[in-house]
Design a protein around this ligand. Structure first.
Ligand SMILES: Cc1cc2nc3c(=O)[nH]c(=O)nc-3n(C[C@H](O)[C@H](O)[C@H](O)COP(=O)(O)O)c2cc1C
Length: 252
């Protein structure tokens, strides 16, 4: 379909809202993007995401703290249940603290890989060739731990229950990962199991649960990643449009 001249709305589309509210509301005025330009941006964004990979081989080249702050700022722009934003990110560059976490993570992974009988899991991750060696925790200049706040302590001493915590923190971590990638940084979504040792090491309250460990840095010069292929749109999208055949297009 030719969308080259389509625009969803004319430039004078926006009007002054007249609704009455009990709380503060502000007009929402995003950019009006012509359809062809929107598709161009969508394809560009897909191509950009296509170059993101989970990295397990890092360079020790320093990464400015401002880049970590920018990634957390991106995470803070994620939607969340009731806008409670139930996350805390702890960024560690102290080699001693990183090493303490590495040792504890390797202890958990060793028992996971060697002591527990988990043939299905072993088979599922075989092609990643991961093992209990987590030297990337020492090598990568930053280790950022995302914590999920089951409850949040309030100024009056009460504990606020948070809603849709898993979903909210997952989306925030997605924004975080995308922002790192946009800055040319690499990371790994690392989830040693169990992770409760991290609360003790980082002195986080029991209201927070370690969610993901992100080693962050630049890829090593000889970095490699497993040769994986992503699902196609036709394998992951079902269109219910009242017609018999859905016509789905892959981004080029
Ligand atoms: C929730 C979650 C947990 C993961 N945990 C680990 C992990 O503990 N160790 C690891 O090496 N990779 C882990 N990964 C990374 C996946 O193996 C990786 O995303 C997958 O193989 C696809 O590769 P890609 O990220 O390069 O596209 C995890 C990914 C997700 C989303």
């Amino acid at each position: 379909m030719d969308h080259s001249t389509d625009t969803p709305f004319p430039a004078d589309y926006w009007i002054e809202p007249t609704r009455q509210h009990r709380h503060a509301f502000i007009p929402y005025r995003p950019e009006i993007v012509p359809i062809a330009e929107g598709m161009r941006r969508g394809k560009k964004f897909c191509k950009f995401l296509d170059t993101r990979r989970s990295v397990r081989f890092f360079s020790d080249k320093a990464v400015p703290q401002e880049m970590i702050e920018l990634a957390v700022a991106a995470a803070n722009r994620a939607p969340s249940g009731a806008h409670f934003q139930p996350w805390t990110f702890v960024a560690i560059s102290d080699p001693a603290a990183k090493h303490e976490i590495r040792v504890a993570a390797e202890r958990e992974e060793r028992s996971f890989y060697h002591e527990r009988d988990i043939p299905a899991w072993r088979q599922a991750v075989a092609r990643l060739e991961t093992d209990d060696n987590k030297d990337f925790v020492d090598v990568a200049p930053w280790l950022v731990v995302a914590f999920a706040q089951k409850h949040t302590p309030m100024a009056d001493g009460s504990l606020r229950k948070n809603y849709y915590v898993n979903e909210s923190v997952g989306i925030a971590c997605g924004f975080f990962i995308a922002a790192l990638h946009a800055m040319g940084l690499a990371t790994l979504t690392h989830t040693p199991n169990p992770m409760s040792f991290i609360n003790q090491i980082l002195k986080r309250p029991s209201t927070e649960r370690p969610y993901i460990l992100f080693p962050i840095g630049y890829p090593a010069r000889d970095a490699e990643v497993p040769d994986l292929h992503r699902k196609s749109v036709s394998d992951s999208l079902i269109v219910v449009d009242g017609q018999s055949t859905a016509r789905l297009q892959q981004p080029e």
